[in-house]
Design a protein around this ligand. Structure first.
Ligand code: FPP
Length: 233
């Protein structure tokens, strides 16, 4: 495993947790069962990330495009978020995890919004690992929101990169070093568009419910062997 003092250790990992539906369909089960198994994988990966010394983990739990899914699936996911927020926050807090949200969570209704805000408040003094749940998140939406913030603040042009950066959803969170996508697709699907300008990508065919601590370590090891140049020759 990579030495975490090594500059090649990823401080921030983002994950597109894809393949829950196919994992379930392959077993003749309803898609929501795949999402439930995906929730278990989330727990394992949070634990392992914390054990490895990763400081930030951003998890793409629901995109702005996911509203096009069937009402049954959307309701099922809403229920899983509710269950997670009800049952797992205490454990996360006791393990030094800080919970944060990126995206327009309020679209999931007042109870989820309140639980999400309470979880953020309840864990805000933790610093071991920050888990960012990207819920009703879209990278383009985030940039549009940042521009609208600038406009409403009547900021005078020309607009700088720094001015825009500071109006992203979580400007104090460093850009992701490594972005992982499970489920075999080779695309970014509107995830952290602004923040991923220099991120390294890691793709695996494995469906998200099968992704485990060992696989996370494999991705981290793969990352640690890369040379990041940030556009410099
Ligand atoms: C993508 O798989 C996954 C999602 C849209 C939802 C992610 C949700 C979870 C991992 C479970 C809940 C998480 C928390 C934090 C409580 P897909 O459905 O697109 O899979 P497919 O491509 O095989 O259809």
């Amino acid at each position: 495993m990579a030495d975490k003092d090594d500059r090649n250790f990823p401080g921030h990992i983002g994950i597109i947790m894809d393949g829950n539906g196919r994992w379930a369909e392959k077993r003749g089960l309803a898609r929501i069962i795949g999402h439930r198994a995906g929730m278990k994988a989330v727990e394992e990966i949070v634990d392992r990330a914390s054990g490895l010394g990763i400081k930030y983990l951003s998890l793409y739990a629901f995109s702005t495009e996911n509203w096009r899914r069937t009402p049954i699936e959307i309701d099922g996911l809403r229920e899983l978020f509710r269950i997670y927020l009800m049952n797992k926050v205490e454990k996360m807090r006791s393990r030094g995890v800080r919970i944060r949200f990126a995206g327009r969570v309020d679209a999931f209704g007042p109870d989820i919004t309140k639980s999400a805000r309470d979880a953020e408040e309840y864990t805000k003094n933790n610093a071991k690992l920050t888990v960012v749940f990207c819920v009703n998140y879209g990278g383009r939406q985030e940039i549009v929101d940042a521009v609208n913030n600038l406009l409403s603040e009547r900021v005078e042009g020309p607009v700088t990169e720094e001015a825009l950066r500071s109006r992203m959803y979580l400007p104090d969170v460093p850009d992701p070093d490594l972005l992982i996508r499970t489920g075999g697709e080779l695309r970014m699907s509107n995830f952290l568009l602004w923040e991923s300008a220099y991120s390294e990508y890691y793709f695996t065919d494995m469906y998200w419910p099968d992704f485990n601590g060992e696989e996370l370590e494999k991705a981290v090891l793969d990352y640690s062997r890369r040379e990041r140049r940030y556009g410099v020759a």
